[in-house]
Design a protein around this ligand. Structure first.
Ligand code: GTP
Ligand code: MG
Length: 139
């Protein structure tokens, strides 16, 4: 059982394809409350810092390039068992493996352009949330 906070980003591909509305609807219907939300854009440097854990991996350059290619929606979400329930909702990282009815199955284009991010631990959810939002921007 995870804690009650997670962090998400609707990625540049999904913003460009006008999927913000349908994705937020699915998040809402799953029972998440929005604590903080904004449209913003990663600079290259900020994307490299956010994904620092993947530095040196074969997909890192493509990931940083893609995540800084256009605006995103960043949000902090609240719900009981937030991390696990949110990752169930978004589905497998590889859209070809994502289950029916998941956000990635519905909206992802590829392994890189996979529509949405979900934090993978309580600790990372807090770290990633504070990467984008000050205390005063969280309600
Ligand atoms: P996020 O919610 O985006 O963090 O995805 P994840 O937690 O399911 O995956 P992970 O944190 O391991 O990787 C971050 C991102 O790097 C993924 O969303 C993918 O876009 C990309 N990525 C990870 N592994 C691979 C891979 O093997 N190939 C490619 N092309 N991209 C990958
Ligand atoms: Mg991850």
């Amino acid at each position: 059982m995870s804690g009650n906070i997670t962090f998400t980003m609707i990625k540049p591909c999904a913003v460009k394809n006008n999927f913000i509305g349908p994705i937020l609807k699915m998040i809402n219907e799953k029972g998440f409350r929005i604590k903080a939300i904004k449209m913003t854009r990663f600079s290259r440097e900020r994307a490299e810092a956010f994904y620092g854990i993947h530095a040196g991996k074969f997909f890192f350059e493509e990931l940083v390039e893609f995540m800084s290619s256009g605006p995103i929606i960043a949000a902090i979400l609240e719900k009981e068992n937030a991390i696990d329930d949110f990752r169930d909702l978004i589905g497998n990282t590889n859209p070809e493996k994502a289950a029916e009815g998941t956000i990635r199955k519905l909206f992802a284009e590829s392994f890189t352009a996979n529509a949405i991010h979900g934090a993978d631990s309580d600790e990372n959810a807090l770290r990633e949330g504070s990467f984008f939002f000050s205390e005063m921007e969280q309600y």
